[in-house]
Design a binder for this molecule. Structure first.
Ligand SMILES: [Fe+2]
Length: 405
């Protein structure tokens, strides 16, 4: 007879689970032809005078013509000056125009820079020009900074990359000195997300590969963040699986000789995946990887996406030995037959080779001696508060940058 003793439980069952998970008020419209529903969705949000933010390239696209065609042309203001990294000064100029035209809602058509600029416009419209007073910073290992309380106009977004920027309440605007100012305001997550697979039709291969790396990083950081919740885990796992399926369809077998991705294979999986992993980081937040990219990309004069593709393998190598359970979660999400983090890194490397992205820091022209100072800047980033491996000094970050150099 086995010597087992069972003790009756007294009182209510104990639970080790305790968390808060916030959902933004957000409507998701996904499918072929979704773009044609944008004007109706905007009207349902009470928008009469939309302010459309897009890139100059986006404005020339067939999809933009369909978007704009849904609105009364006399009621629309279009802003198509969106430099890389969304300069703060540009957001303020755009907000002045939106104020002049009496705009009562914003439609963001584009990738991360468009989305960040659109949120900056909404913030300045509501709170006035001195928006830097709402910037986030890290003090004693904690993030401080309060969002403004003035009501914001509704935002609608049609993403044309996988950055997922429109999904989250966080965004950044870049100062003249190339310092990225971080903001977070729950009112600035898009109210309506219009995901139309045609939006990925003419995405250049380097933009696709870079924004895919950004999205994969959202999934990985969501699964290893110290702020993860069981709900954000669900979103991150499913999002990573969708991204991998979509990337498979998209990158294998074809990128034509000009480096352009072929038909919109996998576009719906890619868009849904990028939404899911971005929804995961609303609660799980991001950590070392994004802190590094936020500071590196403006210094290198490179896109957030390309820098994501460069940094992700190094951030994973830095963090995953310290969080084996999260490493197993990431590997599991990638799925058979490749279920391993190595397979993720190897596939990412293949995609960025195919797209012609740079694969070492030195290819961006940054001197090795400059890395210590960049590491100091990264060390001050708010997001390090959620890193699974504690970071005691900027030297640890510098060592990672040396690996990437
Ligand atoms: Fe990102």
């Amino acid at each position: 007879m086995l010597g087992l003793t069972f003790h009756a439980r007294r009182g209510p069952p104990m639970s080790s689970m305790s968390f808060v998970h916030a959902f933004p008020r957000q409507r998701l419209v996904l499918g072929a032809g979704a773009i044609d529903r944008t004007a109706g969705e905007a009207a349902a949000e009470g928008i009469r005078r939309p302010f459309i933010v897009c890139s100059a390239r986006g404005r020339r696209s067939a999809l933009f013509a369909r978007l704009a065609g849904g609105f009364d042309p006399r009621a629309v203001t279009v802003w198509d000056d969106v430099p890389l990294h969304a300069p703060l000064s540009t957001a303020l100029r755009a907000a002045a125009l939106a104020t002049r035209d009496g705009c009562d809602g914003i439609v963001a058509f584009g990738g991360g820079s468009v989305s960040d600029l659109a949120k900056g416009v909404a913030l300045a419209l509501a709170e006035g020009g001195d928006i830097e007073r709402f910037a986030l910073r890290r003090e004693d290992g904690r993030i401080v900074g309060q969002p403004g309380t003035a009501p914001k106009v509704p935002l609608l977004a049609i993403p044309t990359t996988l950055s997922g920027a429109e999904v989250t309440p966080g965004f950044s605007l870049t100062r003249e000195d190339m310092y990225k100012v971080l903001f977070r305001d729950p009112q600035l997550a898009a109210r309506v997300l219009v995901l139309d697979p045609a939006a990925l039709d003419d995405i250049p291969a380097p933009v696709l590969a870079g924004s895919l790396a950004n999205a994969l990083a959202h999934g990985c950081e969501a699964l290893y963040s110290t702020a993860r919740t069981p709900v954000s885990d669900l979103f991150a796992r499913e999002g990573l699986a969708r991204l991998m399926a979509g990337a498979d369809a998209r990158f294998h077998p074809r990128l034509d000789a000009a480096g352009t991705a072929g038909a919109a294979d996998g576009a719906d999986d890619l868009l849904l995946g990028s939404y899911l992993v971005a929804a995961a980081i609303i609660n799980a937040r991001t950590a070392l990887h994004h802190a590094t990219c936020h500071k590196l990309a403006p210094v290198l004069g490179a896109s957030h996406g390309e820098v994501n593709a460069l940094v992700l393998p190094h951030a994973l190598a830095f963090n995953l030995p310290a969080c084996p359970a999260a490493a197993a979660d990431i590997a599991g999400a990638i799925g058979a037959p490749d279920a391993s983090v190595e397979a993720l890194v190897e596939r990412l490397d293949r995609y960025r080779r195919q797209a012609g992205l740079r694969r070492s820091l030195r290819e961006f022209g940054i001197a090795r001696s400059a890395l210590a100072e960049v590491a100091q800047r990264i060390h001050a980033e708010p997001g390090l508060a959620f890193n699974p491996r504690p970071i005691e000094s900027a030297e640890q970050i510098e060592a990672m940058l040396q690996q990437a150099w």
